[in-house]
Ligand binder design. Structure first.
Ligand code: PMP
Length: 404
């Protein structure tokens, strides 16, 4: 059982008022709020430990390097990677996918080769592949879904061919909430000898993830969605795969030796961390992960599932309510439309009541196209949300509905 009242005290922003109403923050899919310990860690690092890391002989540089490398180990433990060499710090999910798309295409793809993605991908798992496709003549194949928002595994199986080089799929849909059976999908891909990238942007904050158990070749996530700071994220890659891939960017840190004739790249994971890394961000991300571990991912998943069923029940009772995404396995995200009310109108009016929801296509326009809509209103929950807040949302929607 989670002590939500006390947990909420860790997040000062949650007690703010907007338009003189208590803030109800249901935009956790976009970014989560930060607990005090994370914000204090950032201040502590800048006040006490700041120095550029690696190669520094002086005290502060060594201390900062140690903190950055300790953070890498915390991430390794958090997702249960075999080695901290498999953890690359990036700016976030988007940069991690761009890195793999660029380096994997350079090393492993030729004209006519194919990447399998799903219909429910975020733009950040579509566009990087299209950029590579335009350069190298590779193609995307798309896994379709049923009306509940579940991927069709039979159709997925049919997409594999001699040309398939990679599967790149999201674990949890940021729109529908669907928790895809990625472990099974990875097993199927491996039967065809195909590696898999899992977009963990929406899974990492809500459920226990074990990359060895999943057996994913690549797993990516963003710090800011898992209670950490903005501007830091992670690329996990199996060591043998990261070894095979060429660097994404060149510069300091990522080299062993440089001359005008020849440069030798650094070993993992530094080969992929060109330039001064966000060593304060990494340390604060590790603090966030420890915070989440203290609450417990199983407790978080249980509690959020409770919020999801409560909210689903209450929202379904509203006249004209259409919920998009009713998968059997679903995370705490509800996308909806009410009658003919435009999602922007709903979002703007809810905002005036102090309720933060997201509206629009949620960076998933191909999914919107498949659903035959332009956008939705999305409420996405965190362990710091409460049933009382859901009641406020329901009353808000009723109020908007009556205005139209
Ligand atoms: N993938 C999914 C499923 C997401 O929800 C998001 C963020 N909305 C991203 C990728 C991109 O994450 P970021 O903007 O932090 O790079």
């Amino acid at each position: 059982m989670l002590d939500i009242e006390n947990i909420r005290k860790d997040f000062p922003i949650l007690s703010h008022r907007v338009y003189d109403k208590p803030l109800v923050y249901f935009d956790n899919g976009a970014t989560t709020q930060k607990p005090r310990c994370v914000v204090e860690k950032i201040a502590y690092e800048y006040y006490n430990v700041n120095a550029n890391i690696h190669r520094g002989v002086h005290f502060l540089s060594q201390e900062a390097t140690e903190a950055h490398e300790e953070a890498r180990k915390t991430v390794q433990r958090f997702i249960h990677a075999r080695s901290s060499n498999e953890i690359v710090f990036t700016r976030g999910t988007t940069e991690s996918i761009n890195l793999v798309a660029s380096s994997f295409t350079d090393a492993c793809m030729a004209e006519g080769d194919e990447v399998i993605v799903s219909v429910m991908e975020h733009h950040s798992n579509i566009v990087p592949w299209q950029i590579q496709a335009a350069k190298k003549g590779i193609a995307l194949r798309v896994i379709p879904m049923n009306e509940k928002g579940e991927l069709l595994l039979d159709e997925y199986e049919k997409l594999f061919s001699e040309k398939t080089r990679l599967v790149s799929v999201t674990y949890v849909s940021n729109v529908l909430g669907t928790i895809n059976p990625v472990k099974e999908m990875i097993r199927m891909a491996h039967e065809h000898g195909v590696p898999v990238l899992v977009d963990g942007a929406q899974s990492t904050p809500h459920m226990k993830v074990d990359v060895q158990d999943l057996d994913a070749e690549f797993y990516v996530f963003s710090g800011h969605k898992v209670y950490g700071p903005t501007g830091i994220g992670v690329l996990y890659g199996k060591e043998e795969w990261l070894d095979r891939l060429p660097p994404y960017q060149g510069g300091g840190e990522m080299i062993a030796t440089v001359s005008f004739e020849k440069t030798v790249f650094n070993e993992l994971p530094f080969k992929f961390e060109a330039g001064t890394p966000d060593y304060v961000g990494s340390t604060a991300l590790a603090e966030a992960l420890r915070y989440v571990e203290r609450i417990g991912l199983d407790n978080i998943a249980d509690y959020e599932q409770g919020l999801l069923s409560y909210a689903t029940r209450k929202l379904q009772a509203i006249e004209g309510m259409r919920i998009f995404g009713n998968a059997a396995e679903k995370g705490a995200v509800i996308s909806f439309l009410v009658g003919n009310i435009h999602h922007y109108d709903m979002g703007m009016l809810l905002d005036r009541l102090g309720i933060a929801v997201r509206t629009g296509h949620h960076c998933a326009q191909p999914l919107m196209h498949a659903l035959g809509i332009e956008g939705t209103v999305r409420a996405s929950f965190s362990f710091y949300n409460t049933e009382e807040e859901i009641d406020i949302l329901v009353a808000g929607i009723e109020r908007v509905r009556k205005m139209f």
